[in-house]
Unconditional design. Structure first.
Ligand SMILES: Cc1cc2nc3c(=O)[nH]c(=O)nc-3n(C[C@H](O)[C@H](O)[C@H](O)COP(=O)(O)OP(=O)(O)OC[C@H]3O[C@@H](n4cnc5c(N)ncnc54)[C@H](O)[C@@H]3O)c2cc1C
Lengths: 380, 264
């Protein structure tokens, strides 16, 4: 088994690292504190290919493999988890489903702008009453001649305010539950869409998370993505890949927390020596390093399976589950190692701690990942 | 206006922020130290790309080093360099700055005509700032060092040199060689779009002693007139001395000490 990266994978990682150092590191703390969307950084990423990583050249993408993709997301997240999720959501669930399931006309119409970052993509499944159980969504899409009329409310939608296109899941046949859900490519400029509350969040604060309200929103029939009734499957497929990116994001956050903790444990003296000389601290760091490594291997494996065209949904869920919980455990220990200083906004571990918590929730909570994993294991 | 043909020399160097000197052997401990593109070479590449983007033409990067130095060529290809040449041969090992410049000059002569050669001012591992000027000398072309800004108009390069306390504006006709300093243009970010082509190997030529038709008398360590005698960390410890007494007394003592130490 070959654990080495290709030169292209290493270079992709290095480019993301140096971009993150130059364009994200100086501002990440401020963006978090002010809950400010990193518009300038996102604008710079388009022409560099960061917004079309999973899209082929012919549609304007930079066509990276899955392994490079997760390496890039980890690098971005190790500096700014908010930027990483904006990029991950845009790539994996904002643009990629159009490539996977779109008609030629839809691909030609939407992908070039998304893949080059001229437009930003979002993905809307969650509703006020529906989170973990997407088969029960209430947003409806009624067929009306050449249009579908959408009504309902989506909530907690990443980039809802800043995006240009949203892939919206709506029920075309309530009686069919999951099999009655369809996916639509909705342009934000379509009449009948309002952006609601901009959420003021615990973590991932620089990402813009809001409500989207559909009131008799007219969506042309041509914007139905995939066959009618195939929307839930499409959504779950997209999230399957999205989760691999979220796992990489979690690893980035964990790595950031660990690096800060290692640094601090060398600098901080108590009882006349660096706290890093105490075994209690050393063991925490050993656990962090081991778990991060394990999380990274799970994530790379899921990415590699995707690159080989093999199923990766279970492995992707394992990666997302383990990496996000690793990020939470690592950030918790990193704050502990910082003592009182770790509770202060001047130290990055405080932000890591808040960001890690959110990662355990979106794109499927830890409980839902366990449901998916156990389902696949017990079925076998 | 005719497009510009630009050559830029680049070097792979150890990240000296992380290099230590082995106190026993007095040599650089390079083990496990990441290799990077020499920082001022990145400024030179940026200067080259800006000139090309404005006037058209092409940028060719050239490096001399071990096979793994190809990594810096892939890196500059991702920045937008059009093609690259790797000069690599076991026989080149141990080349000093003079021989490096000579070897580079042979490679430049093997390429078709050029208008401008850009080099980083110096490499962070050797800090000699010799290769650029020596390369110009071997090619018999004018050189301008410490460039911060280069513009091209009406067949003339106008170069702003950053000197210690002044700026100097120089105009020169092609072909010429310019070394670019860290206050030169800020390097752009690499593009993921360029990645596949950069790593395909299609845009990188590999030349050794044979391709450059170099005689054995002009190869490697034995032909290099410079030898490193010793590398050591200078003793930077300074001992302070405090005087006591009235201002007058202290001043008098200070004058005595300054005379003793030959400062006055
Ligand atoms: C910052 C942020 C960004 C987001 N971005 C998006 C986005 O872009 N698009 C989008 O569609 N959604 C988005 N979401 C929504 C997110 O995916 C949901 O919050 C998540 O799926 C959980 O749904 P819920 O909040 O309704 O919780 P619920 O489903 O109500 O769950 C509540 C609790 O019950 C548990 N639970 C539920 N069902 C089970 C079960 N069967 N077995 C065991 N435990 C169970 C859950 O794990 C959780 O602990 C985002 C959320 C956040 C916080």
């Amino acid at each position: 088994m070959d654990f080495s990266f290709t030169r292209a994978q290493v270079l992709a990682r290095d480019m993301a690292r140096s971009f993150a150092q130059a364009e994200l590191a100086p501002y990440a703390q401020q963006w978090d504190e002010q809950a400010r969307f990193p518009a300038e950084a996102i604008a710079k990423m388009g022409p560099l290919g960061f917004m079309g990583m999973c899209i082929p050249r012919e549609y304007g993408g930079s066509a990276l493999d899955g392994v490079s993709y997760v390496l890039v997301i980890e690098e971005l997240a190790s500096v700014c988890a908010s930027t990483a999720i904006i990029v991950s959501v845009h790539n994996s669930v904002g643009a990629y489903p159009i490539y996977l399931m779109g008609s030629d006309e839809q691909k030609t119409k939407y992908l070039p702008d998304l893949a080059t970052g001229r437009k930003l993509g979002a993905f809307a499944l969650t509703e006020p009453n529906v989170g973990s159980d997407p088969a029960s969504i209430e947003t409806s899409a009624r067929s009306d001649g050449g249009f579908f009329i959408l009504n309902g409310t989506k909530t907690f939608i990443t980039s809802a305010g800043t995006s240009d296109t949203v892939i919206v899941m709506a029920s075309t046949d309530r009686a069919q539950r999951g099999r009655g859900i369809s996916a639509f490519i909705v342009e934000k400029s379509f009449p009948g869409i309002t952006v609601g509350t901009h959420e003021n969040k615990l973590g991932i604060r620089a990402s813009d998370t809001c409500e989207l309200i559909f009131e008799n929103c007219r969506v042309p029939r041509a914007n139905l993505l995939g066959p009618e009734g195939a929307g839930l499957r499409a959504a779950l497929n997209a999230l399957g890949f999205g989760r691999v990116g979220v796992a990489a994001q979690a690893i980035g956050v964990a790595r950031c927390a660990m690096e800060a903790a290692v640094h601090y444990s060398r600098e901080r003296n108590q009882f006349g020596k660096p706290i890093g000389s105490f075994q209690a601290i050393q063991w925490m760091i050993a656990d962090m390093a081991t778990e991060i490594e394990a999380a990274r291997l799970l994530t790379l494996r899921a990415a590699k399976l995707k690159d080989e065209g093999r199923p990766f949904a279970t492995e992707g869920s394992m990666a997302k589950l383990f990496a996000s919980e690793t990020a939470m455990r690592t950030a918790t220990k990193a704050v502990q190692i910082h003592g009182g200083y770790g509770c202060m906004k001047d130290y990055v571990v405080e932000r890591c701690f808040r960001d890690a918590k959110v990662i355990e929730i979106y794109e499927g909570t830890s409980e839902i990942q366990r449901l998916i994993i156990s389902g696949s294991v017990i079925k076998k | 206006m005719a497009p510009l043909s630009i050559i830029v020399t680049v070097k792979q160097v150890p990240d000296t922020n992380e290099v230590r000197i082995d106190p026993k052997t007095n040599s650089l401990m390079r083990e496990g130290i990441p290799s990077i593109l020499n920082p001022e070479d990145a400024n030179a590449v940026e200067a080259a790309l800006r000139l090309r983007d404005e006037h058209g033409g092409s940028v060719t990067a050239i490096t001399m080093g071990p096979p793994q130095a190809e990594a810096v060529l892939e890196e500059v290809l991702c920045l937008g360099v059009d093609r690259a040449v790797l000069l690599s041969d076991r026989a080149f090992a141990g080349s000093d700055t003079l021989l490096t410049a000579f070897t580079l000059s042979r490679a430049v002569l093997k390429m078709k005509k050029f208008d401008l050669i850009l080099c980083g001012r110096q490499a962070i591992d050797g800090d000699t700032a010799q290769v650029g000027p020596q390369l110009a000398a071997f090619l018999g072309i004018p050189q301008v060092t410490y460039a911060e800004e280069i513009v091209f108009s009406e067949g003339l390069f106008r170069i702003q040199r950053g000197l210690e306390h002044t700026r100097e504006l120089v105009a020169a006709r092609p072909p010429l060689l310019v070394t670019v300093s860290a206050s030169g243009p800020v390097p752009r970010h690499g593009s993921l779009y360029a990645l596949a082509a950069a790593c395909s190997g299609e845009h990188i030529k590999r030349w050794g002693a044979r391709e450059l038709a170099l005689p054995p008398s002009m190869l490697g360590l034995s032909a290099s007139p410079t030898a490193v005698k010793k590398i050591f960390e200078p003793d930077r410890s300074v001992k302070g001395e405090a005087f006591e007494g009235s201002e007058k007394e202290m001043a008098a003592q200070l004058i005595v000490r300054l005379r003793e130490t030959g400062c006055l």
